[in-house]
Design a protein. Structure first.
Length: 306
């Protein structure tokens, strides 16, 4: 039997077995870690080419097929988990859906020095551009009563939770709508947390004092523009297959750490320090610094200055 037969035979057997196990059992595994071992396939293929012994070539080719199946299944599973996060859209032509625009806000007082926003938006279009005299403003367009807003205060610290209600949305013949425009008060120092699915996320943070930003998203398009309002800021991105664009001021020092082996990376004005670590030329001398960590699937990542 040809070596290629062992490779493709074990590939389809393994892939089918993994899909079957995933469909019929509740076995939990950290697929987002497993897919990172895909280079093993290349190593095994290289070994099979070098080895002359036919039995050895067949065994290694079969193992390469197994690892390729595992890599493909784990990559798809990890991305799917990020996209869905138990969120379900049900298409029903007979469904009666009511769309409207709802405004939410929370008052601000000057005793609030630090604040946190936890935004859970599912799939949709989300923007943060403008400032407000309130602590926060939200304008949501979509299914009526889709979101809830709550607040916890402790001394000079305020915590805002803006969440999508439920995980299942039924839509009829009309197009699905879920868009939110966010406004923040520029006075407090902010910690921002976004948890979204297959979405478009557009953040202009230039006029806000942002200490930390954490973004968890599925197959999404992210555009984020940073300012220089604080001395040190951290940005963490965990994404599926995404298009990521980041703009930073020229006068700040920036460090980027990536775990994105299958992604295209374009970091203008950065020096490669070592594998997966990049810094701007002024990193050591700049007074203000931004630290970026990106963990993503197959994505396009662009970082530029303005």
């Amino acid at each position: 039997m040809k070596t290629s037969h062992y490779f493709w035979g074990m590939f389809f057997i393994s892939l089918g077995g993994l899909v079957l196990i995933g469909n019929l059992t509740d076995i939990s595994f950290q697929w987002s870690t497993a897919w990172k071992f895909w280079p093993t396939v290349l190593i095994l293929i290289g070994l099979s080419i070098m080895i002359k012994n036919q039995i050895g070539k067949s065994v290694i080719a079969a193992l390469a097929g197994v690892f390729l199946a595992l890599s493909i299944y784990s990559s798809v599973s990890a991305t799917t988990n990020l996209i869905t996060d138990d969120f379900e859209i049900v298409f029903d032509d007979d469904a009666s859906v009511s769309y409207d625009t709802t405004k939410f806000s929370q008052d601000y007082n000057d005793s609030i020095k630090t604040a946190a926003l936890h935004f859970n938006g599912g799939a949709g279009s989300f923007k943060l551009f403008s400032a407000t005299d309130k602590l926060v403003d939200f304008q949501a367009e979509g299914i009526k009563d889709m979101y809830s807003l709550r607040r916890n205060d402790s001394g000079s610290y305020s915590e805002i939770f803006f969440d999508m209600k439920g995980k299942s949305v039924k839509i009829g013949k009309q197009n699905y709508k879920n868009s939110v425009e966010i406004s923040l008060n520029p006075n407090p120092e902010w910690d921002l947390n976004f948890d979204v699915g297959a979405s478009s996320l557009d953040l202009d943070l230039t006029q806000f004092k942002v200490r930390n930003t954490e973004i968890n998203m599925g197959a999404a398009a992210l555009r984020i523009k940073y300012g220089n309002m604080v001395n040190t800021s951290d940005l963490k991105i965990n994404a599926g297959a995404s298009d990521i664009d980041i703009l930073i001021p020229k006068d700040i020092g920036c460090e980027i750490k990536t775990d994105a082996a299958l992604s295209s990376k374009n970091f203008k004005g950065f020096d490669k320090i070592k594998t997966d670590l990049y810094r701007t030329k002024n990193f050591d001398t700049a007074e203000k610094k931004l630290y970026i960590e990106i963990d993503c699937g197959i994505s396009s990542i662009d970082v530029d200055t303005y």
